[in-house]
Write a protein of this length. Sequence first.
Lengths: 113, 523
Amino acid sequence: MELMVAIFVGVLTGTGIYLMLRARTFDLVLGLTLLSYAVNLLIFVMGRLTVGRPPILDGSQAPVLANYADPLPQALVLTAIVISFAMTALLLVIALVARAETDSDHVDGEEPR
Amino acid sequence: MNWPHWIVVPVVLPLLAGAACLLFERRAANVARALSIGTTFVLLGVALHLASAAASGSVHAYLLGNWKAPFGIALALDRLSALMLVLTAVVAIASVLYARGGGARGAHDAQGLHYHALFQFQLMGLNGAFLTADLFNLFVFFEVLLIASYGLLLHGGGAARLKAAIHYVGFNLAGSALFLVAVALLYGITGTLNMADLAQRVAALGPEQAALVRAAALLLIVVFGVKAALLPLYFWLPDTYRAASAPVAALFAIMTKVGVYCVARVTTLIFGDDAGVAVDVADPWLPWLAIGTLALAALGTLAAVRLRTLVSYLVIASAGTLLLAIGLGSAATLSAALFYLVNSTLVAAALFLLVDSIASGRGEADDAMIPAPLAYRAAYGVLFFVFALEAAGLPPMGGFIGKALLLRATTDLPLMAATWAALLLSGLGMMIAVARAGSTVFWKAADANRAQTAAARPARIERLAIGWLTVAMLLVVLNAGPMTRYAESTAAQLLDRRAYVDAVLGAQPVPPAWTPREGMKKP
């Protein structure tokens, strides 16, 4: 499972960076979104992958990480998702206004010569 | 500090003030404005109070939500944090006052909505970043100050600002992603995000973790380098700072220093001299990249054809000098850096305001380096001369003292030759650049005619803002002795990570005055 998630993180990061480098505002937004997915997955994995274990100490098992899922990365991911969501919305608005104002969707506001 | 909650006031106060500004700004813009200005002055008072508390040399920790560190988020106040808080408040006062000015084009803060709310949120992010002792919390405060800065940068609109904003926002979002990667890696390796706890656990890591933790550390430095404008990562800065309105650019002068502050914090606390496998992880990179930054920034000042671009490159040069001093990493270079930091921030903010004031009286010529009729040539010229001396690091101003301290501190270091060459040559380049700019704009220009002079008269509040920063700079020079001693003790405190770790991890939660469970049992 670790390998699969690692490959996902790599592919998402690679596509994200490729899209960001295309220098079009919409591609930039998509690229940053994919990059943030990759980052969220990575944070999540950093709490170690566990299946079917509760994140809350219920007293039924010894309080060690082998018996429980680490709840902290889940909280971190939640924060990161909210922030990247808000930032993406903001960037979309800026991109739309820039498209209207400069009549170009290039990140420099004009077509490269 | 009799009242333990003083530490959190610099974060909470701007948050409340910003929210209140949102309430008032449509119905009573004057109330919002007065609230914002008043809050900024109160923040200076709070910062000075905290600085006097930190001056004793002890590290004060504050447990948010009364959770014991490292389980909850802790704030920590030491001399460096207090210094940064005071500096932020001083620059913010000049910025918020200047925002009332703006000449014929109308006040800077009236060219769109939400100026003062965004301004206060930016202050909240800055103060929080200086105070926090938690890496993820630092990320959150970074985002707070960034999202406010996006709004402030775009304030007033215009194609140039939009273009700069796309670069700035996109670049910083990518930087935030890297920040999260670094944080996640550090959490995955050490299982903690509290900086004091990280300092202990990184030092105790085995060699099998060395590659990963060093990669995470360098990623962090990269992220802070984006903020601080380190060599391959500064290309967003000149366009952004040039496009922003003057009071915003002045406030942004402190924003680059957030990156410098974070580099100083993590390279001394977490990845310092006794960090086990991650010992001095930035040392092979930081000085050389900083020297490169200095060299290119000096070339940038020479190549600038607009005054705002010139000042932007001066900001980059100051960041390069600071990162060089921090990268060298001895107590003496650190204290020189801290002394230089105060001056370079003040002068960058003052120059942005002054250049805007000059440009608004020059009509079409704006801030281009061409001779154009200029009102109040003598007054502007003298001010520009003083600020230029400060920025280029010439006596008798504080920039010179900072650089001289740094030069003296490097005499017995292996990188001495490169450091001296970089500092002196870049200083020469900047001196030529500002001298050329000054002679073109002030000497070759004619006096403006009477009508232009009357129209170009800067508002009283603009003069007040520039005067405030000038007085602050002069105070630093006149108190160079006490300031140097403060910088030296700050550097000593930074390198003594034991005190920081003990203060943060040793902070005890306050016993509850009333527990709801107990209280509910009794009728």
